[in-house]
Design a protein around this ligand. Structure first.
Ligand code: NDP
Ligand code: GUE
Length: 300
C-alpha cells in the first residue's frame, strides 16, 4: 500500500489566498494594513530560513512585515524593551519572537511581556488559557495547521486515538488541546515514555514533533494510520554535493509511506501551514484590535 501524500504546500497556498482577500478588505474598507513583527535573536541558520519565508509571504498577502534581527549576545532587558515598543505600536498587530532564544534570555519572561492582543503565536498565558477552555482567540500556528490537514484528510476526528510525540509549549501541548476538542483520545509521549513503539502502534493519528531525523520507524505504525510529521531537521546530503544539506522530518518517510494511510512530506507538509496560520492569526488580531469582527472562515 502507498499512503496518500498530504500536500501542505498546496493547502497553505489556498489559505494564504483567503488571507490575502481579507487583508484587501481590511485595507480598502477600513484603511487598516495588518502588520506582523518577527523578532529573531542570534544567527541560528535554520531559524533564518523560516524568518525569511515568513517575511516574504507576509508581504505577498499584502501585510506589512517588520523584521528585527538582534545579535546573539542581546540582553534580556533589550529584548523585553523591544517587545514593549512593539506592543505600543499601532501599525503592528502581531508579534512573534522566534524560538529558541539564547540562554541569557528567559523565554517565559519574553512570553509574559507580549501583549495578548498581539499574540499571534498563542504563547501568552491569556491565549493559552483561552485555547484550553475553548474561548475565541488565536490558536497555535503549527498545531492549527496540523489540525486543518487532519480534518481535510479524515473529516471527523471524533473517537480516534491520537499519539503526539513531543510535549513542547510550541507544538506538543497545544496540539493535544486542539485534538481533545475534536474528541480524539489523546496521548502525549516524550523522552521518558516507556516503549514508545508500542504506544505509537495504538495510534490512528501520529503527530511527530521531536526534532530527531527519521526517528519514527515504519514498524511503529498501525497500518493505515495518518502521520503528521512536524519535525524539521537539516541533515548532510552528500549525494547533492560536498557540504550540501537537505531537510527531513522526524519520520522515516521512505519506509513509513508504505504502511501509513496518509502522510505529510518534509518539506512541503506542516511548515507552509505554520506560516499560513500565522498570517491568518494576524488578520484576526488586526480585526480585533480595531474592534472589527474577525473573519470566521479562515481557519474554521
Ligand atoms: N514544521 C513546523 O512548522 C515546525 C517545526 N518544528 C520542528 O518540530 C520539532 C519539535 O519542535 P519543538 O516542539 O519546538 O521541540 P522541543 O525540543 O521543544 O521539544 C521536543 C520534544 O521531543 C521530546 N523528545 C526528545 N527526544 C525524544 C525521544 N527520544 N523520544 C520521545 N520524545 C522525545 C522531548 O521530550 P522531553 O520533554 O521529555 O525532553 C520534547 O518534549 C523540531 O524539529 C522543530 O524544528 C517546530 C515548530 C514548527
Ligand atoms: N515563536 C516561534 N514560533 C514558531 O512558529 C516557530 C519558532 N518560534 N521557532 C522555530 C519553529 C519552526 N518553524 C517553521 C516555520 C516554517 C517552516 C517552513 O516554512 N518550512 C518549509 C521549508 C523551509 C525550508 O525550505 O527551509 C517546509 O517545511 O516545507 C518550518 C519551520 C516555526 N517555528
Amino acid at each position: 500500500m502507498t499512503a496518500k501524500l498530504i500536500d501542505g504546500k498546496a493547502f497553505a497556498e489556498g489559505l494564504r489566498a483567503r488571507v490575502a482577500g481579507h487583508v484587501e478588505r481590511l485595507k480598502t474598507e477600513h484603511g487598516i494594513t495588518p502588520g506582523l513583527a518577527v523578532v529573531i535573536v542570534g544567527h541560528d541558520p535554520a531559524s533564518q530560513v523560516y524568518v525569511t519565508n515568513k517575511a516574504k509571504q507576509t508581504v505577498e498577502v499584502g501585510m506589512a512585515s517588520f523584521k528585527y534581527e538582534l545579535p546573539e549576545d542581546t540582553s534580556e532587558a533589550d529584548v523585553l524593551a523591544l517587545v514593549h515598543e512593539l506592543n505600543a505600536r499601532p501599525d503592528v498587530h502581531g508579534i512573534l519572537v522566534q524560538n529558541p532564544l539564547p540562554p541569557q534570555i528567559d523565554p517565559l519572561k519574553v512570553i509574559e511581556a507580549i501583549s495578548p492582543a498581539k499574540d499571534v503565536d498563542c504563547f501568552t498565558p491569556d491565549s493559552v488559557g483561552r485555547a484550553v477552555i475553548g474561548l475565541p482567540g488565536p490558536r497555535s500556528c503549527t498545531p492549527l495547521g496540523c489540525l486543518m490537514l487532519l480534518r481535510d484528510t479524515l473529516g471527523s476526528l471524533s473517537g480516534l486515538n491520537a499519539v503526539i510525540i513531543g510535549r513542547s509549549n510550541l507544538v506538543g501541548k497545544p496540539m493535544a488541546q486542539l485534538l481533545l476538542h475534536e474528541n480524539c483520545t489523546v496521548t502525549i509521549a516524550h523522552s521518558r515514555t516507556k516503549d514508545l513503539p508500542s504506544v505509537v502502534r495504538q495510534a490512528d493519528i501520529v503527530i511527530a514533533a521531536v526534532g530527531r531525523p527519521n526517528m519514527v520507524k515504519a514498524d511503529w505504525l498501525k497500518p493505515g494510520a495518518t502521520v503528521i510529521d512536524v519535525g524539521i531537521n537539516r541533515v548532510p546530503a552528500p549525494d547533492k554535493g560536498e557540504g550540501k544539506t537537505r531537510l527531513v522530518g522526524d519520520v522515516d518517510f521512505a519506509a513509513a509511506k508504505d504502511v501509513a494511510g496518509a502522510i505529510t512530506p518534509v518539506p512541503g507538509g506542516v511548515g507552509p501551514m505554520t506560516i499560513a496560520c500565522l498570517l491568518a492569526n494576524t488578520v484576526t488580531t488586526a480585526s480585533l484590535i480595531n474592534r472589527l469582527l474577525p473573519p470566521r472562515d479562515l481557519t474554521a
